[in-house]
Design a protein around this ligand. Structure first.
Ligand code: HEM
Length: 195
């Protein structure tokens, strides 16, 4: 009888499971930050989102990431967050970019965190409506991509799971995702003055 070798988990599943605690920490931080209590607090969330999106879109210039994710032009919410800040009558302040030295494969992990957060954004969008904000004003950064959240996410998962990334490269993607979660957490702490 041939021994059965368990097939390794696809990268998307590894990312989901191995960063589940970090995702949970985002919920805890959001609970402390209360970003939907009023427009002033929500503006702080959008500023954090803007800086994070800027970190992520900076990576779009990397030819390695372009090859791994060939539809980068439909992704990213930096411009949306900037427009939201203008709607809200505020600005993001100055924060140094965190990804100046990041490249593939870590870059793919950063993008995973940003793209994944578009799924949770569907829930956040509902919460922000009571502040009189929506996809056209103030909450563009939480809007679905024109093609729809699920379609764009599934396509990203297909890119993640394409064969070709060595075990070392996959580990680097995980490290990139960990760094991206840490960055979003640090931005939330900074903008909401949390410990
Ligand atoms: C309180 C705020 C948040 C809520 C309510 C929320 C909720 C959700 C939900 C419902 C999903 C879909 C889970 C699934 O389909 O299995 C999701 C996925 C995800 N979220 Fe969040 N989220 C929040 C904040 C964040 C933040 C701040 C980030 C990162 C900056 C983030 C990153 C992700 C990622 C990477 C995924 C994809 C998980 C996967 O691989 O399937 N989330 N979130």
């Amino acid at each position: 009888m041939n021994p059965v070798t368990p097939s390794p988990l696809p990268l998307s599943a590894r990312l989901k499971h191995e960063t589940a605690d970090l995702h949970q920490q985002m919920h805890v931080l959001m609970e402390s930050a209360q970003p939907f209590a009023d427009r002033q607090r929500y503006s702080r969330f959008v500023a954090a989102q803007y800086h994070f999106q800027r970190d992520v879109e900076h990576l779009f210039d990397d030819p390695g990431l372009q090859a791994a994710v060939p539809d980068l032009q439909v992704r990213g919410r930096e411009a949306a967050a900037l427009a939201d800040l203008a709607d809200l009558g505020t600005s993001a302040g100055v924060v140094a970019i965190a990804t100046a030295d990041v490249r593939m494969p870590e870059a793919l992990g950063w993008l995973y965190v940003s793209e994944g957060s578009t799924l949770g954004a569907a829930f956040l969008l509902k919460e922000v409506r009571h502040l009189g904000l929506d996809e056209q004003f103030g909450a563009r950064n939480l809007a679905a991509y024109p093609e729809g959240r699920a379609v764009v996410w599934r396509r990203f998962v297909d890119f993640l799971d394409r064969p070709g990334l060595s075990p070392q490269a996959q580990q680097a993607v995980l490290a990139g995702a960990t760094a991206a979660f840490a960055r979003f957490g640090a931005l939330l702490r900074r903008h909401f003055a949390l410990a």
